[in-house]
Design a protein around this ligand. Structure first.
Ligand SMILES: NC(=O)c1ccc[n+]([C@@H]2O[C@H](COP(=O)([O-])OP(=O)(O)OC[C@H]3O[C@@H](n4cnc5c(N)ncnc54)[C@H](OP(=O)(O)O)[C@@H]3O)[C@@H](O)[C@H]2O)c1
Length: 322
């Protein structure tokens, strides 16, 4: 079985990851409130309570406020840092009136971005740094120079990517000393493309799939840890009002509720269990800040372990609209 990334103390990452995108509140330049900081603490406490020790950030989330909120918490409780795996991302430049939205994998952008993340998070190192989305202007040698400096200075321990294909990974790795260890993509019962891509060969159905060809199989052979963003389908199968959604969404929500009742578990555990049963050993990056919803994910691994092939396919076919 693949070994999860370890933190500097040798503690392995949990299978579930808490996504910290909403930690900063609104996507604007308004200051971070004390109330928001307290909400973040409550979310992290709920996560730790169910064994989650890995936290996902990006330099751009709520214009840096999400990392800042997390950093305030770490400043008040510095002993927590050693127990955690902290991951952040760089490589996206936000449109801000004068500059356009852009990607930037230049050496200087990567180095400056990490400095900013370390400062906001109140830590001296990131366990993992991901390149957020492919930059068509990327030069692998520049990325390698930035990664080399970050590794040598101890500021970043491992590197990975997000929303990338096998070709991107091979291209970037061509200049790197270390292998990329993570690829984070949208995957889940609400975004089936990662499964559709595998089954669509010589099939007419599934030709609208928006997922890189062969990526699941490549990732498994190359031992790349896949992480799923959007794993709770933004609540569509776990209690959000879906009366105006298409039939497959409504039927999937009904089926998830029925399965949760029969198994005496939560809807979140069924939805995540479905994703975690996939043999790629995907790490779901859950994006809820609600402590009760976070705790409702606790049973996900057990549901994955107990889910039959037939139940897995029942959920898949229903979500697919078959
Ligand atoms: N690499 C990338 O390009 C990328 C892109 C997007 C996100 N991410 C990462 O992935 C994480 C998760 O992404 P996500 O937020 O799309 O995933 P998600 O876990 O599928 O959805 C979480 C969202 O759904 C809401 N939600 C969950 N259950 C609900 C319910 N029963 N009723 C109403 N609302 C419900 C949550 O609100 P509450 O907080 O109110 O529960 C939250 O806004 C992010 O935090 C970020 O770290 C990465």
């Amino acid at each position: 079985m693949r070994q999860m990334p370890l933190n500097a103390r040798g503690i392995p990452a949990s299978r579930l990851v808490l996504g910290c995108m909403p930690f900063g509140g609104e996507w604007d330049r308004s200051p971070l409130t004390e109330e928001r900081t307290r909400q973040c603490e409550a979310a992290v406490e709920a996560a730790l309570e169910i064994g989650i020790n890995m936290f996902d950030h990006a330099d751009i989330y709520t214009w840096g406020k999400s990392e800042e909120a997390f950093g305030r918490m770490l400043k008040a409780r510095p002993q927590m840092r050693d127990q955690m795996i902290l991951q952040s991302k760089c490589g996206i430049g936000m449109a801000d009136g004068t500059l356009p939205a852009r990607f930037d994998f230049s050496r200087d952008h990567i180095l400056e971005s990490v400095e900013g993340s370390l400062q906001r998070l109140n830590t001296d190192h990131l366990d993992i740094l991901l390149l957020h989305r492919p930059d068509p202007l990327m030069e692998p040698e520049e990325i390698a120079e930035a990664f080399g400096r970050l590794k040598a200075s101890g500021k970043v321990r491992y590197f990975g990517v997000s929303n990338m294909s096998e070709a991107h990974i091979r291209f970037i790795e061509s200049a790197l000393t270390d292998k990329l260890i993570v690829n984070q993509l949208e995957m889940g019962l609400g975004r089936l493309d990662f499964v559709e891509e595998t089954v669509r060969v010589n099939q007419t159905k599934g030709t609208q799939v928006n997922f890189s060809q062969g990526l699941m199989e490549f990732s498994r052979s190359a031992n790349i840890q896949l992480q799923a963003w959007g794993p709770l389908a933004q609540g569509r199968f776990t209690g959000k009002d879906v009366s105006a959604e298409p039939e497959p969404v409504r039927k999937t929500a009904e089926l998830v509720t029925k399965m949760a009742e029969e198994r005496h578990t939560t809807r979140e555990a069924i939805v995540l269990g479905w994703l975690m049963k996939h043999p790629a050993l995907i790490q779901p990056v859950i994006g809820t800040m609600n402590p009760e919803r976070i705790k409702a994910c606790a049973d996900a691994q057990q549901q994955a372990d107990q889910m039959s092939r037939e139940d897995w396919y029942r959920l898949y076919m229903t979500a697919r609209g078959d």
